[in-house]
Design a protein around this ligand. Structure first.
Ligand SMILES: CC(=O)SCCNC(=O)CCNC(=O)[C@H](O)C(C)(C)COP(=O)(O)OP(=O)(O)OC[C@H]1O[C@@H](n2cnc3c(N)ncnc32)[C@H](O)[C@@H]1OP(=O)(O)O
Ligand SMILES: CC(=O)C(=O)O
Length: 532
């Protein structure tokens, strides 16, 4: 029979101790519901004694019927100068009315003496009396042995004695914490083995690892191999300093590679969605290179890789991306060969063969443009247009005959005045010339308004699209203000999102190129859909 592990998520508590990862009360509720849908066993909602938001979270989450997860409230053992029944933090933990409570206590002598400013004996009493006080009131009581591995290295007898006290007082699981994240896997294994020997009795233990040595996931997996039954971590590895063990890596590693079961394993195809949802809510970019769930986790760029992937995906993929809800992507760049182009063309609805001379032409054009500073990885709409153009499509929908942008600040205190004037001919070559002006809050915004104003009379569907993101990157080469820039624009309409690119020494010209590509793509795609 395969082993089963309990997954304890602390995104809402330790996760929010990360720089720049902040969640409102509403966000916390939404994250908790998502984690529940994923099948997480325990969701640590926060520290109720810390702030009103965390205290309210525990009140509000009671209104929801969770499918599987149990909510845990987190706090410390009682204060050294108080007794358990008079300690506000312990009282707040009970007021949270959660089925699960987790408290952390000190295992490391330096922490007892320097951080708690108390004696080693008093710390043992504090651990014991805190656990005893909480025990009758909660279904599950977990004890986080803070700095356990560092404490053990300095004074193993004392560190193990703290565990004995917590276990003897009734804790359900002793969670060994690598709080400073400095322990390496081989040390962790040795320490766990020694602890088990010294305790001389069966205990239930868990692992909570930080990532300061980039070993949090490895440490967690090794702890599980050594018998841990609970693993703590966060989604995408957010957490204090360098973060916590990343559950988005731990869960698939357990389920797909170690034959260890957990409830979330049943919902593995939802992992990528949940991981991205949480960062979206926190307004943070989702790191592309996150294992399993990142956009680049199954993205293939090198021509040799793509050629082999087309023959058999296992050649360059450790698992099938669909198992974790991710997708295979092929990138086109100056490292591409014919295979990248054939694969990409298929995504764009074009069946090309490797031998087709146009494929060679596309590879050549992409490499030439990339050498000039273009980049197509985030500008797939520009790539699609480039391919169709080399195949004789699409027709041009308009011609920009010229533009002028006035960017004025006539007085020191007064507002910035920006106006753009454009001349377009629709359709190109033979059509009417439209001459329009528009204002904006900056030069690119004014140019965008003016071009749209000129085109919307002919193509009213352009009203449906909006500019979603605008990025400028200074390209290496000429230093200083004479450098070339690359502009990447993301646009959106009701049907989806697309990216376009422009490159020039002039930021406005680069922006104008990317804008024109964006309108052209919208008109091209709408026409294709109509014809389909
Ligand atoms: C390893 C971890 O990640 S633990 C979690 C860390 N997370 C947080 O700290 C976030 C939430 N924290 C807070 O909101 C605040 O720190 C509070 C409300 C808990 C405490 O606030 P304050 O009373 O102002 O204390 P402060 O923040 O300076 O923390 C130090 C106090 O915590 C006490 N303390 C620290 N660890 C423990 C412990 N395990 N058991 C008992 N008391 C502890 C110290 O003795 C110290 O008390 P003192 O100043 O009276 O000597
Ligand atoms: C408890 C906890 O967050 C730690 O020791 O890192």
């Amino acid at each position: 029979m395969s082993r089963r592990i309990e997954i304890y998520d602390t995104t809402l508590r330790d996760g929010t101790q990360a720089e720049e990862f902040n969640l409102s009360l509403e966000d916390k509720i939404r994250v908790a519901l998502k984690l529940d849908e994923l099948g997480i066993d325990y969701i640590e909602g926060g520290w109720p004694g810390s702030n009103p938001k965390d205290a309210r979270f525990f009140k509000e989450i009671r209104d929801y019927q969770l499918k599987h997860a149990r909510i845990a409230a987190f706090g410390s053992t009682h204060h050294p100068r108080k007794e358990a029944h008079l300690d506000e933090n312990l009282k707040a933990l009970l007021e949270a009315k959660t089925p699960v409570v987790t408290i952390f206590g000190k295992s490391w002598t330096i922490h007892v003496k320097e951080a708690l400013k108390t004696t080693l004996e008093r710390n043992l009493e504090i651990i014991e009396s805190s656990v005893k006080f909480l025990r009758p009131h909660v279904e599950k009581l977990f004890y986080d042995a803070e700095h356990f591995f560092d404490g053990f290295k300095e004074d193993p007898d004392y560190a193990v004695e703290t565990l004995r006290r917590a276990w003897g007082a009734g804790a359900d699981c002793l969670v060994l914490c690598d709080t400073n994240g400095g322990t390496l896997p081989h040390e962790l294994v040795e320490i766990i083995r020694e602890v088990k020997k010294r305790l001389g009795q069966e205990i239930s233990f868990g692992i909570h690892a930080h990532n300061d040595s980039d070993c949090a996931v490895a440490n967690s997996l090794f702890a599980i191999l050594e018998g841990a039954t609970q693993v703590q971590g966060t989604m995408n590895g957010v957490g204090e300093r360098c973060g916590n063990a990343n559950l988005c890596s731990i869960i698939p590693n357990l389920v797909l590679k170690m034959g260890v079961e957990c409830e979330a394993g049943k919902n593995l195809p939802r992992l990528t969605e949940v991981s991205r949802f949480i960062f979206e809510l926190a307004n943070l970019p989702h790191p592309r290179n996150l294992p399993y769930v990142g956009r680049s986790a199954f993205a293939h760029k090198g021509g040799v890789h793509v050629s082999a992937i087309l023959r058999h995906p296992r050649t360059y993929e450790h698992i099938e991306p669909e198992l974790v809800g991710n997708t295979r992507r092929v990138l086109v760049s100056d490292l591409s060969g014919r295979s990248n182009i054939v694969y990409k063309a298929r995504q764009f609805g074009l069946e090309l063969s490797q031998e087709d001379p146009v494929v060679g032409k596309i590879v050549e054009e992409v490499k030439k443009r990339e050498a000039e500073g273009y980049e197509f990885e985030a500008a797939e709409a520009s790539l699609e247009l480039l391919m169709y153009r080399l195949l004789g499509e699409p027709k041009q929908y308009f011609e920009l005959l010229g533009y002028r942008v006035l960017d004025m600040k006539p007085t020191k205190e007064g507002p910035l005045l920006v106006e753009a004037t454009v001349m377009v001919r629709v359709p190109p070559g033979v059509g009417e010339v439209e001459h329009t002006a528009a204002v904006g809050n900056g030069p690119v915004n004014a140019l965008d308004h003016a071009i749209r104003k000129a085109l919307e009379r002919f193509y009213p569907q352009l009203k449906e699209m909006k500019l979603e993101d605008y990025k400028v990157r200074v390209l290496p080469g000429t230093p200083g203000t004479g450098a070339r820039v690359r502009v990447l624009i993301t646009s959106r309409d009701g049907d989806g999102q697309w990216g376009t690119v422009g490159v020039s020494h002039d930021i406005l010209e680069a922006s104008c190129q990317a804008l024109i590509e964006s309108y052209t793509y919208k008109l091209f795609r709408d026409r294709q859909r109509k014809e389909a």
